[in-house]
Design a protein around this ligand. Structure first.
Ligand code: PFF
Length: 453
């Protein structure tokens, strides 16, 4: 996929390869695991509406900006920011933005890998028939027993980290490009089949009502922050993942078109996941706000009850694992690229170091579901703290800075040329969104959360 041999810093083999990789980065646990449970915790419809508005007005313009910064510099995020800062004669402190991205990526991966490990473990559970004819309480017992075992979680976390590193160490290769080419469409088909099952539960419209009829009284400042943070998380924005993928993008490809395709596919998968899951929640008298276990406590009920559910269960968790894998490689790639290109590490050594640090950090998340579940700072366990710190704070702050840089610091002729939309209406709209709307929205949400507004 990326040819790194000839130039040191590679390029994608085609526009399609890039779309697959970037969609692979965007579509992951964020869509299928996180979106439903945070929607459940934040009261449904109004939260979904804020999230969709954030994707449209903040996410898409920033995704264009981040891709553009990567492609213009053709460097890893840390070097990219250094280079672009010089090109624009700006303050050299901007390069800390690259640093923050690298740190955010490793912090996210540390818990992402633990949850992806749950998904891998559930492939085995589906295979051994654990869900067949199991009712909601039996499925909940399976989940509770599973997460209370640090050894099991550690095993699956380690396995997932190894799989991530095995791919990253080779450079993002052809094998993956082929795999993603089939698995992504298959994931879509499976999501539609699950929606089909949801229609038979008798609570389909209750689920739709929960997702799409907004009740703004349920919206707090923190849920607005969570919705905004999730727009960044789900589109992989604010930390350099999309920047590094953009840096492998050849100059003749339209950034705006590809960004719309990627963001559209990402949003569709999240909405399908919500439409599939909430009817099952209501039909089984479960609670929408049951937290990170939501999909693991609901979907197995469907797999246990439907015809062909055994196979569907296996396929679903395999695909969720693969979707997580195509995201996890993008979480670690900025660090690996920087260690290789700037610090003279071999790819192996870079993977070993960044993977090792992430693996150890992951243990904190594992323990927060069992032995350290009572250990809380600001009423949050380690997993919740890491999630809040990265998704709700670091990514929006990173995105805010990217917007300011692209809108105010970078010369207009450079962004115009890179986006390939010279003096068009679309460029003007983008420029307004990136210079004013996106940064101001992030700023106001933050002000609101600290209680100033
Ligand atoms: N977008 C991924 C998901 O929704 O699962 C998670 C993610 C990947 C976040 C890469 C940030 C990132 F840089």
């Amino acid at each position: 996929m990326i040819d790194t041999k000839s130039t040191g810093h590679g390029t994608w083999s085609s526009r399609f390869a890039y779309i697959l990789a970037a969609t692979g980065s965007a579509v992951g646990l964020g869509n299928i695991w996180k979106f439903p449970y945070i929607t459940g915790e934040n009261g449904g419809g109004a939260f979904v509406l804020v999230y969709l508005a954030c994707v449209l007005l903040i996410g898409i313009p920033i995704m264009m900006a981040e891709t553009m910064l990567g492609r213009r510099s053709q460097r890893n995020p840390i070097e990219a920011m250094e280079l672009l800062t010089k090109e624009s004669n700006a303050d050299s402190n901007w390069h800390y933005l690259g640093w923050m991205g690298v740190i955010a990526g490793l912090l996210i991966l540390s818990y992402y890998s633990v949850i992806a490990g749950w998904s891998t473990a559930y492939v085995l559970k589906a295979f051994t028939g654990s869900f067949i004819d199991a009712d909601a309480s039996a499925i909940k017992t399976i989940f509770d027993n599973f997460i209370s075992s640090p050894i099991q979680l550690l095993f699956w976390h380690s396995l997932f980290m190894l799989a991530t590193l095995a791919i990253v160490v080779r450079g993002v290769n052809n094998g993956l490009e082929k795999a993603v080419q089939y698995l992504m469409p298959a994931l879509f088909v499976l999501m539609f089949l699950l929606v089909g099952y949801a229609m038979t539960t008798g609570s389909y419209f209750q689920g739709l009502h929960f997702l799409f009829s907004p009740d703004f009284s349920k919206l707090t400042a923190n849920s607005v922050l969570t919705a905004m943070g999730h727009a960044f998380f789900t589109l992989s924005l604010g930390m350099g993942a999309i920047m590094v993928y953009g840096s492998y993008l050849s100059k003749d490809i339209s950034i705006s078109k590809t960004v719309f395709i990627i963001a559209g596919a990402d949003t569709l998968v999240a909405l399908l996941a919500g439409i599939a899951i909430f009817p099952i929640v209501f039909a089984n008298n479960l609670h929408p706000n049951s937290g990170p276990g939501l999909i693991f406590e609901t979907l197995p009920i469907a797999f246990g009850a439907m015809t062909g559910g055994w196979l569907m269960g296996i396929l679903f968790f395999v695909m969720l694992t693969v979707a997580a894998l195509t995201s996890s490689i993008s979480l670690i790639e900025p660090t690996v690229a920087w260690l290789v290109e700037n610090k003279g590490f071999t790819r192996e050594k870079a993977c070993l170091w960044s993977g090792g640090v992430t693996w150890i950090l992951g243990i904190g998340t594992i323990f927060s579901f069992n032995v350290w579940s009572d250990f809380k700072i600001f009423e949050r366990n380690i997993f919740q703290l890491l999630d809040y710190l990265t998704a709700n704070l670091m990514l929006p702050i990173g995105g805010f800075c990217i917007a300011i840089f692209a809108g105010w610091i970078m010369l207009a002729q450079h962004s115009e040329a890179e986006l390939n939309m010279p003096s068009t209406e679309s460029y003007k709209i983008w420029k307004i969104l990136i210079s004013y709307v996106a940064p101001a929205s992030v700023f106001f949400v933050f002000l609101h959360v600290v209680g100033v507004l």
